[in-house]
Design a protein around this ligand. Structure first.
Ligand SMILES: Cc1cc2nc3c(=O)[nH]c(=O)nc-3n(C[C@H](O)[C@H](O)[C@H](O)COP(=O)(O)O)c2cc1C
Length: 184
């Protein structure tokens, strides 16, 4: 059975990212674990405990991300664009991937589980480009051992029309679902 991890970078529970996920999630087969980046995930503080023993010494919302990373088949990075990049808590998650570097370089181990498929879903109001967000999302996916990537799904016009009304994206959402379900 497929396992999909969704990292939701939006602070708005009923917002644009949520509206698109609401349409995507029912199309996904298997187990789905959605983690809200705004729910208590702190940034890496470079305490260097991961250099002494593998894994992160900080216990917070990130523990669930590490657990899911070890066993999932697919990862979706879903976020609003903030100042052309992902939102700050998504950058917190990225910073906490430093454990993977330490595991490999100081302990010769790999905490990331098997190679995964990945996809990126970004929404923006239209005030700035999503270029840095796309690059950062790809770095995050690579850090989590997701290398087979679907093309990004972007909706960058939410100031004029909420994503809930953007049904022209339904084909792209279906395509992500087929990719994650292993149907292409
Ligand atoms: C702090 C902040 C920075 C933003 N920066 C951008 C930006 O650079 N480009 C853009 O298109 N939209 C930007 N936006 C608009 C949001 O991306 C947009 O409202 C989005 O639809 C919110 O998604 P959500 O409802 O899922 O949280 C920004 C919004 C905030 C609050």
């Amino acid at each position: 059975m497929k396992k999909t991890l969704i990292l939701n970078g939006s602070p708005r529970r009923g917002g644009d990212t949520a509206a698109l996920l609401e349409r995507l999630i029912p199309m996904l087969e298997g187990e789905i674990r959605q983690i809200q980046a705004y729910d208590g995930i702190r940034p890496c503080i470079d305490c260097r405990a991961c250099q002494k023993s593998p894994g992160c010494a900080v216990r917070d919302g990130m523990t669930a991300v590490y657990d899911a990373m070890g066993e999932c088949d697919n990862i979706l990075v879903a976020s609003p664009v903030y100042f052309r990049n992902l939102t700050p808590p998504m950058l917190n998650i990225l910073s906490r991937m430093q454990v993977n570097y330490a595991a490999e370089h100081f302990h010769g181990t790999d905490l990331r589980g098997g190679r995964k498929r990945g996809a990126v879903l970004l929404v923006g109001g239209g005030s700035g480009r999503p270029d840095l967000a796309q690059i950062t999302a790809n770095i995050l996916l690579h850090q989590m051992n997701a290398w087979d990537l679907h093309e990004p799904v972007l909706y960058l016009d939410t100031d004029r029309r909420p994503a809930a009304l953007a049904h022209e994206l339904d084909g792209a959402l279906r395509s992500v679902a087929d990719f994650f379900n292993g149907q292409k």
